[in-house]
Design a protein around this ligand. Structure first.
Ligand code: AMP
Ligand code: ZN
Length: 113
């Protein structure tokens, strides 16, 4: 999708620090990390948020969830990590392309802010 920064990252039109990539998804390090490890996992297909996931995206969504564990293992997050997807205004979703934050390598507080 034009003007979507994460589509541009998925298409390698702008640089990112890639942690994992295949034909369906890309994971890259967040520019403004909120933990020692902070990686974003996104589908290459433009989906604005979880609210925009369609029936046809079932397999892709399963693939993302399946790969998160593998990516976390590669990032050596054996002590634990958090997966977050901010959706919509109340959650302060700033980039309107579905993404899952993987945060780790520090004790994470709960509840989140
Ligand atoms: P959210 O607030 O959940 O929409 O998260 C968007 C995240 O994308 C924020 O943590 C930003 O720091 C991150 N971000 C925005 N632009 C880039 C970029 N070009 N490369 C890496 N991370 C980015
Ligand atoms: Zn996009």
């Amino acid at each position: 999708m034009a003007d979507c920064i994460f589509c541009m990252i998925a298409n390698h039109e702008i640089p990112s620090n890639v942690a994992y990539e295949d034909d369906q998804i890309i994971a890259f390090h967040d520019l403004d990390p909120q933990a020692p490890v902070h990686v974003l996992v996104i589908p290459k297909k433009h989906i604005a948020s979880l609210d925009d996931v369609k029936e046809e995206d079932r397999e892709l969504m399963g693939h993302i969830m399946f790969k998160i564990h593998e990516i976390a293992t590669d990032l050596e997050l054996e002590n634990g990590y958090r997966v977050v997807s901010n959706n919509g205004e109340d959650a302060f979703q700033t980039v309107k392309h579905l993404h899952f934050h993987i945060l780790g390598k520090r004790k994470l507080t709960w509840p989140p802010g």
